[in-house]
Design a protein around this ligand. Structure first.
Ligand SMILES: Nc1ncnc2c1ncn2[C@@H]1O[C@H](COP(=O)(O)OP(=O)(O)OP(=O)(O)O)[C@@H](O)[C@H]1O
Ligand SMILES: [Mg+2]
Length: 257
């Protein structure tokens, strides 16, 4: 069953999702077309993600919620090009990447995607600035002065200017998370995927991180997807998706908060 077709989205904001031009807010940065995923335990094959068709648009924050086991991580890891769908097509920035090799998918992940996880997992031996640059260094060897400036500017914009040379253990968890966000952004991703980014944070840090992600989603070239259990995140969503039993059962845009 393709539940997305039952969503109120087409009435609320349908035409926007069909805007095809590049670089315009509301452009699909990622499209899933009839995507489903099966898992086998060796005896029984179970469809844990039912056939789903979904555009993730730039310029907005999409929040994906639902009970444990409903399929959120499965959907997010397919969006993240980490897990292959059993059926259906995955389209990134207008290009069908479904049949791409592991290497090609890895290079899309590095160049066009950013990931923010529950814990920032910064490298303890590196200062904040080097943590933000570590991915760039691994990919390309030397880090250009321009990339370094960009990292400093991102960290400053996230309120981390005074901590560039601090070690992760000298930061609060909220500050570590902001460093993790800067690290995800340094390659200028078109899609930022966040899995429970606030679940390890206190209320105040969690609002700071959510405000930050919300601001980042305002970039007309970038989409932000955030998976959460926490209903306190919902007011930050421009678009709220809810999953149940492997299907999206609710999909609506909210008035900006
Ligand atoms: N690698 C796997 N092999 C077999 N079954 C899996 C695998 N990954 C996930 N599943 C099953 O798919 C279903 C959805 O799992 P998923 O991790 O996507 O849920 P979730 O919504 O992210 O849950 P949570 O909120 O607990 O993180 C679950 O029933 C899970 O047992
Ligand atoms: Mg999960």
């Amino acid at each position: 069953m393709n539940t997305i077709s039952q969503s109120p989205e087409s009435e609320v904001d349908g035409p926007r999702s069909r805007v095809q031009s590049q670089g315009v807010s509301g452009t699909p940065v990622l499209s899933l077309e009839g995507v489903a995923r099966d898992f086998s335990d060796g005896r029984v094959v179970r469809r844990v993600l039912k056939e789903t068709t979904l555009d993730i648009l730039s310029g907005e924050m999409t929040v994906l919620a639902g009970p444990s086991g409903s399929g959120k991580t499965t959907l997010l890891t397919i969006m993240g090009l980490v897990l292959k769908p059993s059926t259906g097509r995955v389209v990134v920035g207008g290009e069908d990447v479904t049949g791409f090799s592991e290497d090609s998918l890895a290079s899309i992940r590095q160049q066009r995607y950013g990931y923010v996880f529950q814990q920032a997992a910064l490298v303890p031996a590196l200062d904040v600035l080097d943590n933000v640059l570590v991915g760039t260094a691994i990919q390309g060897g030397r880090v250009s002065a321009q990339t370094r400036e960009k990292a400093i500017s991102l960290l400053s914009g996230l309120g981390m200017k005074d901590y560039l040379l601090s070690r992760p253990q000298q930061l609060s968890t909220g500050q570590q998370q902001r460093a993790g966000i800067a690290r995800a952004l340094v390659s200028d991703p078109i899609l930022l995927l966040c899995d429970e980014p606030t679940s390890a944070l206190d209320v105040e840090s969690s609002h700071i991180v959510l405000d930050t992600l919300k601001k980042l989603s305002r970039d007309p070239r970038r989409g932000v997807v955030l998976v959460t259990h926490d209903p306190r995140v919902f007011p930050y969503a421009d678009r709220l998706l809810k999953m149940e039993d492997g299907a999206i059962v609710y999909d609506t845009r909210q008035v900006a908060g």
